[in-house]
Design a protein around this ligand. Sequence first.
Ligand code: PHE
Length: 352
Amino acid sequence: MKEKEKIMKEQLEKIYSDASADIEKAVNTKDLEDIKNKYLSRKGEFNEIKKGLKDLSIEDKKVVGALANEITQKLESAIADKFKLFYEKELNEKLQKERLDVTMPGQFIPKGHTHLLTSTTEEICSIFRSLGFSVVEDEFAPEVETEYYNFDMLNVPKDHPARDVQDTFFTNVAPNVVLRSQTSGAQIHAMEAKKPPIRIIAPGRVYRNENINSRKNNFFHQIEGLYVDKGITFGDLKGVLNEFIRIYFGESRPTRFRNSFFPFTEPSAEVDVQCIMCQGKGCRTCSGTGWLEILGAGMVDPNVLRGVDIDPDVYSGFAFGVGVERLAMLKYAVDDIRLFFNNDVRFTAQFK
Ligand code: PHE
């Protein structure tokens, strides 16, 4: 048995010196973990030898066991000491590398905002709401419209030049289906659906086959208005529109009423506002006139009322259609209508 004890002692000492050499060579915490695994873990070399203890005599067991424990402790503390050293060094390196400057400005994530045309539409609608008008639902004002609503019921003669393919976009969905050239069809939808008193506005997009320039685009936005009741006069029309202009511009802007012609109103008028770009001197935006037209309006033609079974001897009304782009241009000095549709953030971001 002495022989066995001797062999085991030698084995333990060999392991000790191997492990010590390994510890000496270790350069980081990972090396030390590996050494721990190799020698001291449950499947490590030490444990393999300790299993042999059971074959020794009680006395030998004491001696060899004590030696094994002593070696284990020595190795453990040698590893622990070095580990502490490496751990601190590695931690410092890591902190150095991942250093955070909490005072650095954060990354800015740009947030979207309402487009100028949308906010202008909302503003116009809210002014008319404050004057007693209510906004109609979309189905009262569809963008794809029949000639019936876009022209026929609005007293537009079959041979009127506005129907010409030059102006109106015809579709191939079905015969007589057009992209509406004006929001005025909403007047008919509203009068078909309700009995007077009617006091509505209908915002929406319209399409025209225009030559595009700084004032005109082939689609733009209008807000239609209609007020039908007993005893409505041209004075009411002027009063409402002047009040609207006063509230919208919030200051006195030179404006003028001009007489005009629309097949669905009689008499008819147009309203111009002095060009803000040139203060009336004449520029590219107003094509030298000093004025920009913002709306068409008039007293609803008796023929139109008759078409929707409203008796023109009992009821009268006025209608108007305002141009949203023009109103925005005049308030914010936008000198080209195309800027609204280019989606250049250098433009749009100015109107948060
Ligand atoms: N629809 C006309 C246009 O597009 C404007 C208008 C609306 C005129 C209502 C009179 C009454 O120019």
